[in-house]
Write a protein that binds this ligand. Structure first.
Ligand SMILES: [Mg+2]
Length: 285
């Protein structure tokens, strides 16, 4: 009996034979208010140095991956454009899969128009297959009116992400979900949301990086989006306490992540065997 137990212990601590992949949220995990999170640079260095497959996720559809990579570099975080997966790219991948070489009327910024265009779509306001709504800082009444009328004429309504608000220096600002509500009220049509918490976002990222869900760790700072959709896409999930959620927030939900850690810094030295990392001491308090 004793021997069996020892074997078990040994197995638990033994280096894993799995080659782990990492999907990580961006805000609150790697950067916070344009500053790198403690340990984020070391964590990314370890992934890059050990040739570990990873992808950084964001519901932000404003910027192209190249723009985001340059913005992160200004914050001291080095992530190549090809390691960034946005809700705009997930939306473009969805459109391409559903209806290759279709047409769309896009309300959004270059992050979205570029992704949809690169997926082989024609951007038009004449009888498009889809109306695609993303984030912008300059919503035009004219564009929204056009979107509403195209949807009423039969265009399918797609939205990059359901977030109702985003952070702003003065408090919050209305985000994509709020504008979707406006269009919904005028048309009676609900959009299909692609970004988190839709696991579609995770699955398309996994496909883009060529990884299997069961060998992938999803790292995020939100229980209701990152952990929920990570779980639903079949991944191991790590909640970090460096962003929006504290330990108490984690306890409020009927599901729990595989691990709760202070920040991605806790993974430094363990990226080859991430499940060997223990919960943060804060969990026991
Ligand atoms: Mg976040």
């Amino acid at each position: 009996m004793k021997r069996q137990q020892d074997d078990k212990e040994e197995k638990k601590d033994a280096p894993s034979s799995v080659k782990w992949n990492f999907l990580t949220d961006m805000d609150g995990v790697l950067v916070k208010e344009d500053k790198p999170v403690d340990g984020a640079e070391k964590f990314l260095e370890e992934l890059q140095g050990n040739d570990i497959n990873y992808m950084v996720l964001t519901n932000n559809s404003i910027f192209t991956p190249r723009d985001l990579s340059a913005r992160l570099a200004l914050s001291g975080i080095d992530i190549p454009a090809e390691r960034i997966w946005t809700s705009a790219m997930a939306t473009a991948a969805f459109l391409d899969e559903q209806n290759p070489n279709g047409t769309a009327y896009v309300v959004g910024e270059t992050g979205l128009t570029t992704a949809v265009h690169e997926a082989g779509y024609i951007l038009t306001d004449t009888n498009p297959d889809y109306v695609v709504l993303g984030e912008t800082r300059t919503y035009s009444f004219e564009a929204i009116t056009k979107a509403i009328n195209l949807i009423l004429k039969g265009a399918k309504f797609i939205c990059t992400n359901p977030d109702n608000t985003g952070p702003a220096p003065e408090g919050v600002l209305p985000a994509t979900g709020s504008v979707a509500s406006l269009i919904m009220a005028s048309t009676g049509k609900e959009p299909y949301y692609i970004g988190k918490p839709n696991p579609m976002m995770m699955r398309s990222a996994l496909r883009a990086m060529g990884a299997h869900s069961e060998e992938t760790i999803m790292i995020g700072d939100r229980m209701d989006t990152d952990v929920k959709s990570g779980l639903e896409a079949g991944m191991h999930t790590f909640l970090v306490l460096s962003g929006i959620s504290g330990v108490k927030e984690a306890d409020r939900w009927p599901y729990r992540p595989s691990r709760i850690i202070d920040s991605v810094g806790a993974l430094v030295g363990h990226t080859d065997n991430p499940l060997s990392v223990k919960d943060s001491d804060k969990v026991k308090d």
